[in-house]
Design a protein around this ligand. Structure first.
Ligand SMILES: Nc1ncnc2c1ncn2[C@@H]1O[C@H](COP(=O)(O)OP(=O)(O)OP(=O)(O)O)[C@@H](O)[C@H]1O
Length: 479
C-alpha cells in the first residue's frame, strides 16, 4: 500500500502522522485522502477502528495549511465525547499550524462557546443540537465561508431515532455555503446512503471496504444464552473471571437504559469492581470525568448506554459485554467495535434471553457471520445468584430514594431551555391544553347526558301514553 507521502500529503503532515504512530495509511485513508485533496466530496464506509478520523482530518489540515482562515471546517458528530476526541486528533496533527479549534456541545456553558466561536477558530467540532442553538440565537459568527463540512457517524446524524437531529441539521445546512466540500464517514453508511448522497453532490467519491463480513477479523464474537432473571449473576461472574485472568484488560458493558446503567454500576461497585457509569442522564462534567477515569485505566470497567456505542477509541478495551441484545444490527456493529480496534484483538459477548433469539439472527444476517456460544460453568453462577439478586434489589431501592426519575424530569426541563423554550411556560401551556381538553370532554359528556335524559323522558312519555291508552281501552271494555 502507498505511503502517506504518495497520497499527496505534505511532508510536515506525514511527519506529524508518523509521530502519532500512523506510519502507513489504512485502506480507508489510502482510498479517500487523494480524492479529498483533489477537491471532491467523499463518502467513506469502513469498519469500526479502521482510521476514518484521520482519513478526513489529514486532508482538511493540508487544505487549511494552504489557505488558513476561520471558520474553515465544521465537523458534526452525534455525541459530546466523540466531539472532544475528534478535536484532539485535529489538535495533535495540526499542532505545527497553530490550529485553533472550538468544541461546541450541549451541557456546557453557551456564553463561553459563543465567545470562542466569535474568535473565528479554524475548525469547529460540534453536536448538531448545540450548534443549531447558537445559530438561532446569535450572529457573532458565520459559517458562510466554510470550505469543509464533515459528518462523522453520518448515518446516525441522519436517522430519526431517539435523538432526532433533522431540525437542527436543517438550520446548520441553511447556514453553510452550497459551494463546499462535504465528507461523510461511518462504519454503517448503507442504510442512509441515498439521503447522504443528496448532501454530497460535488463529484462524490464513494468508498466502501471490500469485505463480506461487516466486523473485523480480530474480533471474537460470542453469545451467552441466559434466562432474563439471572443475567446479573452471569455478568458478575464474567467480569470476575476476566479480572482474575487478565488484570490489564478493560471492559465495556452496554445496557439498554440509563436506569439499568446506573443500577448495574452501583451493584458492581458493591462487589468492589472498579467501575464507572456513562449515560445521558449524568451531568456533562460527570460524563467527562467518568470517561477520563476509564481511558486512563484507573477504572477498568465502563458501564454505558449507547451514548458510548459509536466512535470512542480506547485501545485498552479488550472486552465488550452486551447486557442486552441490541435491537438493531447497526447498533451491535458499533457497540462491539469499541474493541479489536486498529488491528488489535478483542472479544464481544452478547447476553441473549429466550425472547431475543430473533434479534441475534438479524445481527448474524447483517454482519454475515455466526456468533459462537460462550460457555460458562454454571455452578459458579449458582453460587452467587442470591447474593447478586439481593444486592441488585438494594441498589434499586437506593436509586428510587435518589429520585432518578425526578432527575429525568429536570433533564427534560434543561433540554427545553437549550431548545429556547421556557419550561414553565411549556408546563402552563400543557396544563391549559389539558384543562381545555377536560372541559371539552365534560361538555361532550353533558350533551350526551342531556340527550340521554331527553330520550329517557320521551320513552317514559311514550310508555305513559301507551298505558293510558290501554287503561282507556280496558275501561271501555268493562263498560
Ligand atoms: N494509519 C494508521 N496506522 C496505525 N494506526 C492508525 C492509523 N490510522 C488510525 N489509526 C489508529 O486507529 C485507531 C482507530 O481509528 P479511528 O478512531 O479513526 O477509527 P474509526 O474508523 O473512526 O472507528 P469508528 O467507526 O469506531 O468510529 C485510532 O487509535 C487511531 O490512532
Amino acid at each position: 500500500m502507498a505511503a502517506f507521502r504518495e497520497l499527496g500529503l505534505a511532508p510536515w503532515l506525514v511527519e506529524q502522522a508518523r509521530q502519532l504512530g500512523l506510519s502507513r495509511p489504512t485502506p480507508v485513508q489510502a482510498a479517500c485522502i487523494p480524492p479529498v485533496l483533489q477537491g471532491r466530496d467523499c463518502l467513506g464506509c469502513a469498519k469500526t477502528g479502521s482510521g476514518k478520523t484521520a482519513a478526513f482530518v489529514l486532508p482538511v489540515l493540508q487544505a487549511l495549511s494552504e489557505d488558513p482562515y476561520g471558520i474553515f471546517c465544521l465537523v458534526l458528530t452525534p455525541t459530546r465525547e466523540l466531539a472532544y476526541q475528534i478535536a484532539e486528533q485535529f489538535r495533535v496533527l495540526g499542532k505545527p499550524l497553530g490550529l485553533k479549534d472550538c468544541v461546541v456541545v450541549g451541557g456546557l456553558d453557551m456564553v463561553a462557546q459563543a465567545l470562542e466561536l466569535a474568535r473565528k477558530p479554524h475548525v469547529v467540532i460540534a453536536t448538531p443540537g448545540r450548534l443549531a442553538d447558537h445559530l438561532r440565537s446569535s450572529n457573532t459568527f458565520s459559517l458562510k465561508k466554510l470550505k469543509f463540512l464533515v459528518l462523522d457517524e453520518a448515518d446516525r446524524l441522519l436517522e430519526q431515532e431517539c435523538t432526532d437531529f433533522t431540525e437542527d441539521l436543517e438550520v446548520i445546512l441553511g447556514a453553510v455555503p452550497a459551494r463546499r466540500q462535504t465528507l461523510l464517514f461511518s462504519a454503517t453508511l448503507t442504510d442512509t446512503l441515498n439521503e447522504l448522497k443528496s448532501l454530497a453532490m460535488n463529484k462524490p467519491f464513494f468508498w466502501e471496504a471490500l469485505s463480506e463480513v461487516r466486523t473485523v477479523d480480530e474480533l471474537d464474537q460470542r453469545y451467552l444464552l441466559v434466562p432474563e432473571t439471572v443475567k446479573d449473576a452471569y455478568l458478575v461472574h464474567l467480569i470476575q473471571t476476566f479480572q482474575d485472568e487478565h488484570e490489564d484488560w478493560s471492559i465495556i458493558v452496554f445496557t439498554k437504559t440509563c436506569k439499568d446503567c446506573q443500577v448495574l454500576n452501583m451493584m458492581l461497585r458493591k462487589f468492589n469492581f472498579p467501575s464507572v457509569a456513562l449515560h445521558s442522564m449524568m451531568k456533562q462534567r460527570q460524563r467527562f470525568a467518568a470517561l477520563a477515569k476509564f481511558k486512563s485505566s484507573i477504572f477498568r470497567i465502563l458501564i454505558a448506554t449507547d451514548v458510548a456505542a459509536r466512535g470512542l477509541d480506547i485501545p485498552a478495551v479488550q472486552v465488550v459485554i452486551n447486557h442486552n441484545t441490541p435491537g438493531l444490527p447497526k447498533i451491535y456493529i458499533h457497540r462491539v467495535g469499541r474493541t479489536a480496534r486498529a488491528g488489535r484483538h478483542g472479544i464481544a459477548i452478547t447476553m441473549v434471553t429466550q425472547y431475543d433469539i430473533h434479534l441475534v439472527h438479524a445481527i448474524e444476517d447483517e454482519i454475515k457471520l455466526k456468533l459462537q456460544e460462550f460457555s460458562v460453568e454454571e455452578r459458579f453462577v449458582l453460587d452467587i445468584l442470591t447474593q447478586v439478586y439481593i444486592t441488585r434489589r438494594d441498589c434499586e431501592i437506593k436509586l428510587e430514594g435518589m429520585d432518578f426519575d425526578e432527575k429525568k424530569e429536570i433533564n427534560k426541563r434543561k433540554q427545553m431551555i437549550l431548545e429556547g423554550k421556557d419550561p414553565d411556560l411549556e408546563a402552563k401551556r400543557k396544563a391549559e391544553l389539558a384543562k381545555i381538553k377536560k372541559k371539552n370532554k365534560q361538555f361532550r359528556e353533558k350533551i350526551q347526558q342531556t340527550l340521554e335524559e331527553k330520550k329517557q323522558l320521551q320513552l317514559k312519555k311514550k310508555l305513559q301514553k301507551r298505558t293510558e291508552r290501554q287503561n282507556r281501552l280496558c275501561a271501555k271494555e268493562e263498560k
